[in-house]
Design a protein around this ligand. Sequence first.
Ligand code: THU
Length: 146
Amino acid sequence: MTDFTQQEASYRELANSFREELLTAAREAQISAYAPYSNFSVGAAVLLSDGTIYRGCNIENASFGLTICAERVALFHAISDGRIDIAAVAVVTSAPKLCKPCGACRQVIAEFSQAGNPIAVLSASLSGETSLETILDLLPDTFTLL
Ligand code: THU
């Protein structure tokens, strides 16, 4: 598999070239959503710098605050596999309008972003509208400790 870290393409360009694969993976993940309380199913897909894709769905709980978003499930899946080279995060819902990652997920995405090459964020609505931004666009002035 090609190692995209060797190329000069930004993660935004890489995400654009994997657009269809990312959206298909996110749609597949959405089918597994556990969302009996909100009935709002979300699917996410994380693209690594070598083209590997991890998936995630939202998982709700009767104790509502324990619910976890699809984006964080996909990210934590990659991280727990030792993959920290996150290039992009895609998110899909069944809403007619675009839904972009919530504030908590933006902060988590920012945690794994590199200064010179911010993680790309791809969102798609049911009607096919898409947006491709970077995490810096969505969360400027990110909180950091280091
Ligand atoms: N949700 C996500 O999965 N991602 C977001 O970025 C925002 C919201 C989920 C959480 C909950 O299960 C449902 O959508 C409704 O808020």
